[in-house]
Write a protein that binds this ligand. Structure first.
Ligand SMILES: Nc1ncnc2c1ncn2[C@@H]1O[C@H](COP(=O)(O)OP(=O)(O)OP(=O)(O)O)[C@@H](O)[C@H]1O
Length: 402
């Protein structure tokens, strides 16, 4: 849950002021959001400290309102850190108390007024918000950010991820071939699985073949299958991945690595839906939807004659681009929450310090989401039995320098 929602009823001459509401309580966020929107504030919502921090960094709002309990960061430490980082920003607690020092600005008075009205059930709030704004003592953490996802398996609420989710929903029910482009670790396989899950083929197989992981000589037999004795070592006949995916979806990862000769055979299969096992004269017909992925710019490779242009066009009927993590750092908090939550199923759930989160935010992430996941896994081991991951436990790269 992130991003700024548009303000209702704003008059053009009124300056737009923005506020971020950080709370794991979706109901509370919504009530306050409605109230503040009526007072002509532009409101962004964050489910936890990490999410809030990423949004503040990106949107530089005039104010931040923080719940007394956050699922990932200690609220006091978090507000202290935010006060230090953004001294000009107004910082309030959900119960109306001031968080940190700082002079009372007119806009802060207005926020306090809105919060007080929320407590009193005054006119600025809809009836549902009339209950007193309560202290959140020990709420059960429901990862709202995760359950409210457009696609539950694909974490990301920034504009490009929302658009990607929309495209996935559009193309999934069709049989069109999909080409997924994006850097390593961005989640291309996650996207392919989402397309399959949302298609009419979801009850049928989802077969995967990584074209870069299989020696060139074996790739053809792996894809198309082979008969007994088709080549040295083929002691028995074998079903290929295309045939194994019949009725379902075949995900061809790293398609850019497919040898040119095999590309021609693949193109024939895509054109007519027929295949021949290696060493077999018989042709069989299968119903398979192909999704291909590449981290290489395939069109450019086609221009360099390293990839067949006709196959490129055949694959790219519906191209999808998965953004690099560094292009969507506003999702960092959500992703951190998601992975800490998931790791928390096997060991006590760890929190992350504001400093550690800032360190994650300053990194370039060449390995994208996969690298983030590994850095957090590593950190949760290094932190031993302490509850909070600190700056020292965040280590990048293979040599683990702090
Ligand atoms: N948006 C996301 N939400 C949740 N998990 C994600 C997301 N993107 C990637 N991941 C996780 O990151 C890891 C890497 O994702 P995936 O294998 O889909 O990347 P990829 O782009 O296919 O990588 P490669 O090009 O190296 O094959 C996986 O464990 C996946 O679950």
């Amino acid at each position: 849950m992130s991003g700024i929602s548009g303000q209702r009823g704003a008059e053009p001459q009124v300056a737009v002021r923005s506020v971020i509401l950080a709370s794991p309580d979706a109901g509370l966020r919504q009530r306050l959001s409605e109230s503040l929107t009526m007072l002509r504030w532009t409101v962004g919502e964050a489910t936890g400290g990490a999410d809030a921090m990423a949004q503040v960094e990106r949107l530089r709002p005039e104010a931040l309102i923080v719940d007394n309990w956050l699922p990932d960061l200690e609220a006091g430490e978090f507000t202290g850190h935010m006060r230090e980082m953004y001294p000009a920003m107004d910082l309030l607690r959900m119960d109306g108390s001031l968080a940190g020092s700082g002079a009372r600005s007119p806009r802060r008075n207005e926020l306090l007024h809105a919060l007080r009205e929320a407590q009193d059930g005054g006119p600025a709030l809809p009836a549902a918000a009339a209950e007193p704004v309560r202290e959140v003592e020990e709420p059960v953490y429901a990862p709202v950010s995760v359950t409210e996802q457009a696609l539950p398996e694909m974490i990301g609420q920034c504009a490009s991820m929302r658009e990607l989710a929309r495209m996935i929903r559009l193309v999934a029910p069709r049989s069109a071939t999909v080409l997924i482009e994006g850097e390593t670790g961005t989640g291309k396989e996650v996207v392919a699985k989402a397309v399959h899950r949302l298609s009419g083929r979801s009850g049928k197989p989802f077969a995967v073949l990584n074209c870069a992981a299989i020696p060139e000589a074996l790739l053809e037999a792996e894809l198309f299958g082979h008969t007994r004795g088709a080549f040295t070592g083929a002691v028995q006949s074998r079903t290929g991945r295309i045939e194994a995916a019949n009725g379902g979806t075949l995900f061809l990862d790293e398609i850019g690595e497919m040898p040119l000769a095999l590309q021609a055979k693949m193109l024939r299969f895509l054109e007519c839906g027929e295949l021949q096992r290696v060493g077999d004269n018989e042709t069989m017909r299968v119903d398979v939807r192909v999704i291909a992925a590449t981290h290489q710019p395939l069109e450019q490779r086609a221009g360099e004659r390293l990839f067949r242009l006709d196959l490129y066009h055949r694959l790219a009927v519906f191209p999808l681009e998965v953004p690099a993590l560094r292009e969507r750092m506003s999702d960092l908090g959500l992703l951190v929450d998601f992975f800490l939550e998931r790791m928390g199923r096997e060991m006590p759930r760890k929190r992350i310090s504001a400093g550690a989160l800032a360190k994650l935010g300053g990194y370039r992430w060449p390995g994208n989401v996969r690298e983030l996941m590994h850095v957090l896994e590593r950190a949760s081991i290094l932190v031993e039995d302490r509850p909070e991951i600190g700056v020292d436990e965040i280590r990048f790269g293979a040599h683990m320098a702090a």
